[in-house]
Design a protein around this ligand. Structure first.
Ligand code: NDP
Length: 281
């Protein structure tokens, strides 16, 4: 078994971003919008800030009240869309229930949507022509590349079908001609999750439930990528029972340290790319 860690890849990407920023003489500006308080979001924003400052990227944080109206939030996004100084915008999800997240995703400028979550960027994934790839899915694809696995015809099982992880990943893997099965809550409720996981040559779990994927379900030699982040017994763990799964897998991501640090670096890579494109205009 080999450990599939984000650290070395993230460092390599960071070095190449530092070079691009210097070669292109740009100082990218990232605007992050946070509505209300959410400890999960705080750690992601902290990581954005830390990596950005090391690269000379300017971070603006727009921290808004939980009771902000949809109209005011839309107004801020529209101002940032127009602001020539700002190169990338991140809206932290989930938003409060009184705000329509689809509407917010639809007004984000696709050129500044560096998380790849706007309806336009997600839609273009269908035709294999995305301007900006969703960050977590891009991180998973990077990790798969490191394993050297040829995805052509491989049995890939994704657990979780969210708009920002499971669904875009399925589309990206189909582009590589993998045979993709996407499992979700109904798969579990019908008692079929183990059956699917057991035949996965590549397993990607993005649910957010500690221990959902039993180690004994993992196929001998499988590549296991655990996107899930859960708090259990005072520790951060993934969705997969790591110890048991590691005995069977050929490659497995640790949690923490597997996908997370790479997701932040993918965000900054998208930002630098966006800044370069915007400067050409
Ligand atoms: P969502 O809550 O949006 O999606 C979770 C998915 O899991 C849904 O499709 C849900 O199905 C499915 N699901 C829930 N329970 C079960 C079950 N028992 N069996 C099978 N499927 C189930 O979460 P996200 O996609 O935003 O995030 C998923 C996880 O990944 C979280 O732990 C999150 O913290 C982590 N994450 C990590 C990142 C990183 O960089 N490492 C980045 C982004 C997320 P249904 O909707 O039908 O209920």
């Amino acid at each position: 078994m080999r450990l599939l860690e984000a650290g070395p890849i993230a460092r390599r990407i960071k070095n190449s971003l530092a070079k691009e920023i210097s070669d292109f003489k740009i100082r990218p500006v990232l605007a992050t919008i946070q509505v209300g308080d959410n400890p999960g979001c705080d750690s992601y924003i902290k990581a954005q800030k830390k990596e950005s400052s090391a690269l000379g990227i300017e971070c603006q944080l727009h921290k808004l009240s939980q009771v902000i109206t949809e109209k005011d939030l839309s107004g801020l996004i529209q101002r940032l869309n127009q602001d020539k100084h700002v190169n990338g915008i991140v809206v932290m999800f989930p938003l409060p229930v009184h705000i329509d997240h689809k509407k917010i995703s639809s007004i984000l400028s696709p050129q500044k949507d560096i998380e790849g979550v706007s309806l336009s960027n997600l839609g273009s994934l269908i035709v294999g022509d995305a301007l900006i790839l969703p960050t977590t899915t891009a991180a998973v694809m990077q990790l798969l590349e490191v394993t050297g696995i040829d995805l052509y015809g491989k049995e890939v099982v994704i657990v979780g079908h969210s708009r920002i992880v499971g669904k875009p990943l399925a589309l990206m893997l189909l582009e590589k001609f993998a045979t993709v099965a996407v499992c979700h809550i109904a798969t579990s409720e019908k008692g079929n999750l183990a059956k699917h996981v057991e035949r996965a040559q590549v397993l990607i779990s993005a649910v957010g439930r500690a221990g959902l994927i039993k180690g004994k379900w993992i196929k001998e030699g499988a590549v296991v990528i655990d996107v899930g982040i859960n708090r259990a017994n005072g520790k951060i763990v993934g969705d997969v029972e790591f110890e048991e799964a590691a005995k069977r897998a050929s490659w497995i991501t640790p949690v923490p340290g597997g996908v997370g640090p790479l997701t932040v670096m993918m965000l900054l890579r998208n930002l630098v790319e966006a800044a370069k494109i915007q400067r050409k205009k």
